[in-house]
Design a protein around this ligand. Sequence first.
Ligand code: CIR
Length: 290
Amino acid sequence: MRAVILACLLFTVMTFSSYADEIDSLFYNHAFVRALSPTFENSLKINPPPTPINYDKAVEQHKNYIELLLTLIPSVTEFEGDQDHPDCNFIEDTAIVVGDVVVISYMGAPERRGEELPIKEAFKKLPSKTLYQLEAPATMDGGDILYTGKHLLVGLSKRTNRQALDQLKEIFHGTLEVVGIPVTEGLHLKSVISFFDTDTLVVADTKAGKEIQAHIEAIALYKFITVPDVVASNVLRIGYTVVMQEGYPASEKVLQDACHNLHFRLVKLDMSELVKADGALTCGSLLFNN
Ligand code: CIR
């Protein structure tokens, strides 16, 4: 009897510690976020939204996003909004952080170029980080870059091109496998696929989602959680918490089951006004350890 209890205990400890190791890096200690621009209503949009952006509601939703981050991450730095850059709150697009390496974007949309400058200055002040700057003709938006812990998946989209893929391959040469994934629909790679855990990705049940899944399956073994709603395919994983957009019950059911299996907590956030500007959950922050 005692031997059985000991074996069970040992199994629990072993399972827990390997699981904890796996997600250690997701307990970020720092987040960069950026306030909405007073001109947010002029943000870029693939399609006109069904109803115009309600600015006050957008401010409120963005505030709720930051408040949630404050409960999950010890240090959150908020940059000022920029009158001249209506999309500046989508800070994810300005850079990528992989461990101690920071790559500053040369963004795909000319209107957005310049948003990266204060972010670059802030990273320069962090001695633990080594900075790289993507150079034209390479263009990259952080929303196209999905770091899984095993691969750097680079969405080749209207915003991120092959030259960016080549420069990223050089930067991470010998340390990380960098793989290009064509994105034929939507804004970014992470508009249809996002990180759940190091083996598992959340993907939208759409043509683009299926194509992207097929590309990833051809290079590596990942599990996929397929959700029916595109907006719900961009989740934000921080520690044991998974954040999803509110208002997608069918996708919520799928994600709730997946979270239940791993003892993750699923939190819902209403970001509907930011979705009108093609914003996803990951795009509102740059998360890292310092
Ligand atoms: C844009 O078109 O650039 C912005 N309106 C939306 C950017 C969203 N970024 C992201 O999901 N990473």
